[in-house]
Design a protein around this ligand. Structure first.
Ligand code: UN1
Length: 504
């Protein structure tokens, strides 16, 4: 452990505030690994006064960063990507130690960081505006995209580093500075990322406060971000109630927000599906990151003709799930993030039983030190029971059957969340229907691949109570900039739009 921390420039006790200098004189919190319940290191939170200093410096850094040409900002992001490549193994291992996902998934997460940096470097020479014809002679109209300001990034424990990078890589090339508040469950990986960014910014001679950090527990520090008019955009990843709170506070001051909230991913398995594809996609979607992705597969909607075969094969896979130390390659599933997550899972299982669900497998706590290991749970349900409509952030998979494809789509859409969905079918009419206006109502709708593991090239986010925000690829960068429309007159005369004349 010490070696990993040292290689990432950290120590046993780490201050959790940064805007050019490291500080944090608030409460100290021990960071404990869910793998074995042992302490990894200590982090000290920032106080409200320290928060004020950080946000002021981060805002000041923006005043000059916004003037750096975008392709030059892209060079910094390229170097950030290179530095992440160099530190990929250590950072992935720290992710695994701190929140418990398997190392192969930790490596995948750091790969997402590298990918978004590559994407953003190219973007730094694009950031395209439009020009459009004016109705007036010798006039033209253009749109330009300008830097926005400080972007407050509030992230969750499940993707403790990737979500910061999706926001940061885009924000940096867009000319914004970033103030990050990570989950208080994963402060170490956040400090590691900011150390990497600090090195890169210093190497270039830029103000390291461009990538700032505040660590705090509870909503105190988060609310200071949400209510601070210097923070132009708040990008929040977390629960639906959390997002409702953030959205209100930010809207109250007419700030901007990107909300990336709960999901309730479903996969429709058609009777014309390749069952091998269905099984592998659903299995990884449900147990990957121990069921703690927003994009986790939580529901399977299977056509009744293939339901028995499918269930038997899925049950077989569940029974064989290799669970253990996530640092070891032979295990597919590690612990949940903490004992609270285990309690939530057990409570959901009791509730679904009371509501008419039948547990086919799992939900048994395993005797590992730390108390965070449990077998994944498979539950047969008659439809979207009340508990099925909730996002339980744990490896509980609900299986239900359908007769017609329309019925399956209605079940898939019959929840309040709208992040990720998928259909497994070889029937083109079914897959096209699923992708049509009559189909999935989610931000992500996949065909013959599972609900999780989105690539950074596409816009990532969802509808309804998922919050509507988009991050990552495509044109998600526009949320990080200010659009400016200009009418430019080179006629030497005044001509008003809409044909209005001035009679003098
Ligand atoms: C999340 O669960 O918060 O699509 C993000 C995926 C990952 C990101 C998930 N690329 O599963």
């Amino acid at each position: 452990m010490n070696e990993i921390l040292k290689s990432l420039g950290m120590s046993d006790v780490n201050p959790g505030g940064f805007a050019g200098t490291w500080e944090g004189s608030g409460k100290a919190q021990a960071v404990v690994s869910p793998i074995h319940g042992e302490k990894l290191a200590t982090v000290t939170n920032v106080t409200p006064a320290e928060f004020e200093a950080v946000v002021a410096k981060c805002h000041k850094a923006w005043e000059s960063w916004k003037l750096v040409p975008a392709p030059k900002r892209g060079e910094v992001v390229r170097a950030l990507g290179d530095e992440l490549r160099r530190n990929k193994e250590s950072l992935a291992m720290l992710v695994t130690l701190e929140m418990g996902k398997t190392l192969r998934e930790g490596l995948g997460e750091v790969q997402e960081m590298i990918d978004i940096c590559d994407f953003a470097v190219g973007l730094s020479r694009q950031l395209y505006g439009l020009t459009m014809p004016s109705e007036r002679r010798q006039h033209r109209i253009q749109e330009q995209w300008q830097p926005l300001g400080v972007v407050g990034v509030i992230t969750a424990f499940n993707f403790p580093v990737a979500v910061w990078s999706w926001n940061t890589a885009l924000a940096l090339v867009c000319g914004d500075t970033v103030l990050w508040k990570p989950s208080s469950k994963t402060p170490l990986t956040a400090i590691a990322c900011i150390k990497i960014a600090e090195k890169v910014l210093r190497d270039f001679g830029y103000d390291p406060a461009i990538c700032s950090l505040v660590i705090g527990k509870g909503s105190e520090i988060g609310d200071l971000i949400n209510t601070d008019p210097r923070v132009a955009l708040v990008s929040y990843t977390g629960s639906v109630p959390g997002g409702r709170h953030v959205g209100k506070l930010v809207q109250e001051r007419f700030g901007r927000h990107i909300l990336e909230l709960g999901g309730n991913g479903a996969v429709i398995v058609s009777d014309k599906a390749d069952l091998d594809i269905a099984l592998r996609s659903i299995y990884f979607g449900a147990i990957g990151t121990s069921g703690q992705r927003c994009t986790t597969t939580r529901r399977v909607i299977v056509q009744e003709r293939v339901a028995e075969t499918f269930k038997a094969r899925l049950l077989d896979l569940y029974r064989k799930t290799p669970i253990g130390d996530p640092r070891e390659h032979k295990y597919f599933m590690g612990p949940l993030v903490d004992q609270g997550a285990i309690e939530t899972m057990l409570a959901a299982i009791e509730t679904v039983k009371a509501q008419g669900g039948k547990v086919l497998y799992g939900g048994e706590k395993l005797p590992h030190p730390g108390g965070c290991f449990i077998t994944p749970c498979l539950v047969e349900v008659p439809g979207n029971l009340p508990i099925v409509k909730e996002e339980t952030f744990a490896p509980v998979l609900y299986v239900m059957t359908y007769r017609t494809i329309e019925e399956a789509i209605a079940l898939q859409n019959g929840v309040t969340q709208g992040l990720s969905s998928a259909i497994i079918t070889n029937d083109q009419r079914e897959s096209e229907l699923f992708l049509s206006a009559a189909g999935s109502d989610c931000g992500i709708a996949n065909v013959n691949t599972g609900t999780s593991g989105a690539e950074i090239g596409g816009a990532f986010g969802g509808e309804k109570e998922t919050g509507g925000g988009r991050e990552s690829g495509s044109d998600a960068w526009k949320a990080y900039m200010r659009r400016q429309t200009s009418a430019i007159n080179f006629s030497g005369k005044v001509e008003l739009a809409q044909g209005i004349t001035l009679d003098f």
